[in-house]
Design a protein around this ligand. Structure first.
Ligand code: FAS
Ligand code: PHB
Length: 390
């Protein structure tokens, strides 16, 4: 089997890249180790930056996002028993974010790919990348017990943090940078109304909490927990009681407990692998970098990586120029590192770290007071939250 671009992974990065390539007449094949239902069952991101929303619209897959997504022109920080609204619209000259679940975005991309009859292989096993440092890369894999091989010009590693692509780069080539946070987020999805019209990020002595949503009838909540917590130890009653204790009274009283549709703990990590290219292999999305979800950047960074990689591949095939491919890693990393900084900063300011000194606690309070009292500080937060320019 042969194609121009082999894509490993059918998460948002792989599917969005595949969609853009197909629209541009560039052949591509997607290989995914899980089933479509499994991919859709993973509850992840909920906030789409302005840039990614615009990219999805340009690519013809933004209709449902516009119909069902919730346009948010701000969000609130809650601390010291009060709230402070970050006016995204007013502070960024009209930019905003759209609340739309990653599951729905992935579903839209799956449907677009099926409609275009672009080849995808799900539930593949034993994926092995070969020939990446030459000009004839290939991927060996097994599906339904039959071994197969995909020859291609380029491989897009869109297979997430635990994928095979980054692991296929010889040791010594990559520089990796990592910070693992000493806590996790216990997330709960429930068919209850949101606690507020917009998202609420709460900093409290008991720990961080986030009130988010998927629609006006489905909410997503998070509380910071120690890494060794077991989600099964958290009944809905315990979860919602803890959530409300971390919120200002005016918000806590609007929380409507309900049965969990999904409940899980996500670890928090900052991670970057440099470079994002080795020979004919290009990494995009979580395969190359991870951010703590505090800044809502993970999914959105996958979007900007894909935008850069697609433009570079289109230049290669349509303009016979390799300049974009040669510049891809440096270009993508410039935006990645700024998002890493913002996500690390938001996490550092809003979470309680084990063993924090009284001085560090005062520094957190001062950061929040400064944001609440300075337009410049709020504007800096806002421009990062809506997404820095591509
Ligand atoms: P993905 O991990 O989504 O997709 C990679 C795909 O590759 C998967 O489908 C996987 O099955 C497949 N794959 C892996 N190995 C393979 C192999 N060997 N062969 C073939 N396929 C293979 N971001 C936010 O902005 N907000 C959040 O709240 C948030 N919560 C998260 C919670 C969790 C538990 C996790 C893990 C991530 C969360 N993220 C969040 C980040 C998340 O949204 C990612 O940024 C986003 O999924 C990135 O998309 P991809 O790069 O496509 O990677
Ligand atoms: C979510 O709705 O899952 C969500 C929203 C904002 C974040 C993280 C997660 O920063």
């Amino acid at each position: 089997m042969r194609t121009q671009v082999a894509i490993v992974g059918a998460g948002p990065a792989g599917l969005l890249l595949g969609h853009l390539l197909t629209r541009s007449g560039i052949g591509n094949v997607v290989l995914e180790r899980r089933s479509p239902d499994y991919v859709l069952s993973r509850i992840r991101a909920g906030v789409i930056e302005q840039g990614l929303a615009d990219l999805l619209r340009e690519a013809g897959v933004g209709d449902r996002l516009d119909r069902e997504g919730l346009l948010h022109t701000g969000f609130s920080l809650a601390f010291a028993g009060r709230r402070h609204r970050i006016d995204l619209d007013g502070l960024t000259a009209g930019k905003c974010v759209t609340v739309y679940g990653q599951t729905e975005l992935t579903r839209d991309l799956m449907e677009a790919r099926a409609k275009a009859s672009a080849p995808s292989f799900y539930e593949v096993e034993h994926v092995e990348l070969a020939g990446l440092d030459g000009d004839r890369p290939s991927i060996r894999f097994r599906q339904k017990g039959i071994d197969d091989e995909l020859n291609c010009d380029f491989v897009a590693g869109c297979d997430g943090f635990h994928g095979v692509s980054r692991a296929s780069i010889p040791s010594g080539v990559l520089n990796t940078f990592e910070r693992v946070y000493p806590f996790g987020w216990l997330g709960l999805l429930a068919d209850v109304p949101p606690a507020d019209e917009e998202l609420v990020y709460a900093s409290h002595d008991r720990g961080f909490a986030l009130c988010s949503m998927r629609s006006l009838t489905r909410s997503r909540f998070y509380v910071q927990v120690p890494l060794d917590e077991n989600p099964e130890d958290w009944t809905e009653i315990r979860f919602f009681d803890e959530l409300k204790r971390r919120l200002p009274e005016e918000i806590a009283r609007r929380v409507r407990p309900g049965p969990a549709i999904e409940k899980s703990i996500a670890p928090l990590r900052s991670f970057v692998a440099e470079p994002m290219r080795w020979g004919r292999l290009f990494l995009a999305g979580d395969a190359a970098h991870i951010v703590p979800p505090t800044g809502a950047k993970g999914l959105n960074l996958a979007g900007s990586d894909v935008r850069y990689l697609f433009e570079a591949l289109r230049e290669h095939y349509h303009e016979k120029s390799g300049a974009g491919l040669d510049a891809y890693s440096a270009r993508a990393l410039r935006r990645v590192w700024k998002a890493e900084r913002f996500s690390w900063w938001m996490t550092s300011v809003l979470h309680r770290f084990p063993g924090m000194s009284p001085f560090e606690e005062r520094m957190q309070q001062a950061e929040l007071d400064y944001i609440a009292s300075s337009r410049a500080a709020s504007a800096a937060l806002a421009e990062n939250y809506v997404g820095l320019p591509y």
